[in-house]
Design a binder for this molecule. Structure first.
Ligand code: SF4
Length: 239
């Protein structure tokens, strides 16, 4: 298991932050593919942003490695969405090893998500991601500024000392309405849980539908002060 990287200087990018910020999501992804080549990957958790990204990559002729962190605790609908997207877009998935639920129960005690969700996320998400990202120089994810106050200031391209690569956020400036317009206009398969109140979707024990007037991610770790799983620890505020 690779340890989090030592602090190092970020390698220079061919375009300035200001130029990158002005690019459309499509142009940003096309730039990223030229900049990083095969050392570019995308993470998907089979929410609406994943649907947008895999379709957009396909339309501009890109097929980077997709990293999936299957915590073994996804909703049935998330797995079904994954299969529909794999079939439609011929996705190439990499899945890092994640302990089984039984292994975690034996090692850490039952239902760790109830007793120590930060540790559970660390075991099931953060450690596997660090390992999965080791071969790459850039990681595309679908996080957006509008999703929560803690994500409001994310940059489109951000050096991560923790992962020793660039984190890229082509949808950073998209709002929820733009996401849905893109999905419906293009007929892209999406997670049906979004139709029944789940505006943000993660593991079953830690996700509930959002209520009217709540923030988009209010249904994640509801009832606790936990806002993030830790994957974006060095990107968001309030961790
Ligand atoms: S979201 Fe919940 S169940 Fe999933 S890894 Fe984190 S604490 Fe565990």
């Amino acid at each position: 298991m690779r340890e989090p990287a030592e602090a190092v200087d970020s390698p220079a990018l061919s375009r300035s932050a200001r130029e990158l910020e002005a690019l459309s999501a499509e142009d940003f992804l096309a730039w990223a593919a030229l900049e990083f080549g095969e050392r570019l990957c995308v993470t998907c958790s089979w929410q609406k942003q994943s649907s947008v990204l895999v379709h957009m990559l396909s339309t501009i002729g890109l097929s980077p490695t997709i990293v999936e962190l299957d915590t073994h605790l996804f909703f049935r609908e998330s797995y079904e969405t994954r299969e529909r997207l794999i079939e439609k877009y011929d996705l190439k998935l990499v899945r890092p090893h994640i302990p089984t639920i039984a292994e975690q129960h034996r090692a850490e005690g039952p239902n760790l998500w109830e007793t120590d969700p930060d540790r559970c996320c660390h075991i099931r998400k953060v450690e596997p991601l660090i390992e999965a990202l080791a071969p790459f120089d850039a990681w595309v994810s679908g996080i957006r500024r509008q999703q929560s106050p803690s994500r409001a200031k994310i940059a489109k391209a951000q050096w991560s000392e923790r992962y020793d690569l660039y984190k890229l956020h082509p949808l950073a400036d998209w709002d929820e309405k733009k996401i849905w317009t893109y999905i419906t206009t293009n007929g892209i398969p999406y997670n049906p849980l979004h139709d029944v109140g789940y505006r943000s979707i993660g593991c079953i024990p830690c996700t509930r539908p959002t209520r009217a007037g709540e923030e988009e991610r209010a249904g994640r770790w509801s009832g606790s002060d936990k806002l993030e799983c830790g994957l974006h620890l060095d990107t968001v505020e309030g961790e």
